[in-house]
Ligand binder design. Sequence first.
Ligand code: MN
Length: 294
Amino acid sequence: MNTRSLVHIIESVPTSDGAGVKLRRSLGSQPGMRVDPFLMLDEFYSDNPDDYISGFPSHPHRGFETVTYMLDGHMRHEDHLGNRGNLGPGDVQWMTAARGIIHSEMPQQSAGRMRGFQLWLNLPSKEKMKPAHYRDIPVSEIPLIELPRGGEVKVIAGTLNLEGDATNGPINGSDNKISTDPLYLDVRLPPGAEFSAPITTGHNAFLYAYEGSARIGTAGAAKPLPHRTAGVLSDGDSVRVQAGAEGVRFLLLAARPIHEPVVQYGPFVMNTREEIEQALADYRGGRLAVAAGG
Ligand code: MN
């Protein structure tokens, strides 16, 4: 056992995006604050419709994947290909923008709580220009594992191996040919409870504590993961989390790093400046999301 330790913290900072949706951004809040292949993590959480009602009107993406995970509220998305979906509590949308997608993400409520996450996951250069693809995953397709000592885990992507039992999430690297082979878990632990899980050696990993706080690492050397921060892990084959006095809810993300240059301009993430200029030209010319040769 080579338990991973917490090597640094990325605090989340308040910001806004879309047409004025208030959110907290940890990964991606500053240039370079990424955990290859993860580019950005936004948490949105508000009971005030003024903070979310304007939504994310029509906008493009190219070169990566966006993963939206709703905890509360309803969001409707539509794209230029005619795809439509309604995300409700516990639902996930896994959108591989790749060559290009133009879509909107708009609240379907005028009151109440809107809460969830959007994660940006990079694609390797050879996959940045493949056709766009997306999948809506209802909460009923996401395995929920009750932990023997209290708490629970949702397996959104990847495979969780706990004491000999393997649970596959609906997004699985081998099935879906996602070459970064992501692991995406949502974990809830009661006060003081411990949770350990294997993580593939060599994959980059971080946690984001969205309720409460935790300590990360082996019992004698655990370090604090404060509320609403992302904790980046060292390499190793497992992670150990101990919930704080109020319990904790956290996301655990891990994936195979891409090790390529990242050049980002807003919603476009490519390898070179020339590719960004091409994306802008394609978007302005109405060619962003047209199939190659089409
Ligand atoms: Mn978007």
